[in-house]
Design a protein around this ligand. Structure first.
Ligand code: XMP
Length: 310
């Protein structure tokens, strides 16, 4: 594919569709929504309103990091505090697809619909990529950003149109576009991060307590593995508990899974052969988190596993 032509065509398409109207873009901190935002900003300038929705499911310091990165590119980002809305929507839900649906509903029906009303926008830009569509259509996983393929008409149901400039690309193509758009290297190489965010890494109910644990574990894994150059690395909090010993006494503690995979486009993935010393260090740091007494490394490829746990 000629990615320069792709960029020109998408910029022209966004301009033609939005005309002199207003569009909104919501950043998640991942590479797809970052690329779509820069593409749309190139097409629309001030007609584009960019938001970072703090849904309470984000990584440590993520809202500040993303706003800062975009400020460096002279793209203003407004931070929206929707933490309570998302946590309320997730309360009591343990089924993985129901969790994803609750997140989708809160994003589209509540938060985006409100932002659209407040800004007078009629368009929402989305970082949907081909893999998201394929996995949803194949019934593997309902990706948080898939609507039309599930028979949902956003204009009728939520009052705005959704534009998906990246829907013919896979992750490697998105990175090529990112580089051609002149995004900072850190952003071009930014690891994928799922729309449902840390909720995709908590098996069982998502509460503030579980989020705090998985957020801390994620920060440890990201810090320890950033030099490894793997496709994606993450921490997952299991619902199960395991017997352990702390301060000479029995403890029934939490289990954290460390996952690190090599992949080209996320359609398939294999576990990264990490040095033993690295794994030991991560394990020591993770079992120092309150209530966690076991840390395991996931050796499963995709398929049969997926990269995320929910
Ligand atoms: P899985 O877990 O399906 O993930 O192997 C494949 C890639 O997609 C990311 N992912 C998502 N991205 N919305 C997204 O934007 C989602 O709902 C979603 N679920 C998974 C995941 O992090 C991996 O890179």
């Amino acid at each position: 594919m000629n990615y320069r032509k792709f960029i020109e065509a998408q910029v022209a398409q966004i301009q033609a569709t939005v005309g002199d109207g207003i569009a909104i873009s919501a950043l998640s901190g991942g590479v797809d929504s970052s690329v779509v935002t820069v593409l749309a900003h190139r097409a629309l300038g001030r007609q584009l309103k960019v938001f970072f929705i703090d849904n309470g499911l984000m990584r440590k310091d993520e809202p500040r990091t993303v706003v800062r990165m975009f400020r460096c590119m002279r793209i203003p980002v407004q931070l929206v505090d929707a933490r309570k809305e998302f946590l309320d929507a997730l309360r009591g839900i343990t089924d993985p697809e129901a969790k994803r649906e609750a997140i989708t509903r809160t994003f589209y029906r509540d938060v985006f619909a409100r932002l659209v009303r407040e800004t007078g926008a009629r368009f929402l830009l989305h970082g949907t990529i081909l893999t998201d569509i394929e996995e949803t259509v194949a019934g593997i996983k309902r990706q948080h950003n898939i609507l039309a393929q599930l028979g949902i008409d956003p204009e009728r149901e939520f009052g705005y149109q959704v534009l998906e400039p990246l829907k013919t690309l896979r992750k490697d193509g998105v990175r090529k576009v990112a580089a051609l758009l002149g995004l900072p290297k850190d952003l071009v190489q930014r690891m994928p991060f799922p729309g449902p965010a840390l909720a995709a890494r908590i098996v069982g109910e998502v509460t503030e307590k579980e989020l705090e644990l998985v957020r801390e574990a994620t920060a440890i894994v990201e810090e320890e593995l950033k030099s490894v150059r793997a496709f994606q690395y993450l921490a997952v909090l299991l619902k199960d508990q395991a017997t352990g010993i702390r301060n000479g006494r029995r403890e029934f503690g939490r289990i954290v899974v460390v996952r690190c995979v090599d992949s080209k486009d996320a359609r398939s993935a294999t576990p990264t052969r990490l040095p033993w010393s690295k794994l030991e260090r991560i394990c020591q740091r993770i079992v120092a988190l309150p209530g966690v007494n076991r840390c395991v490394y996931d050796l499963t490829s995709k398929p049969p596993a997926t990269i995320e746990y929910v």
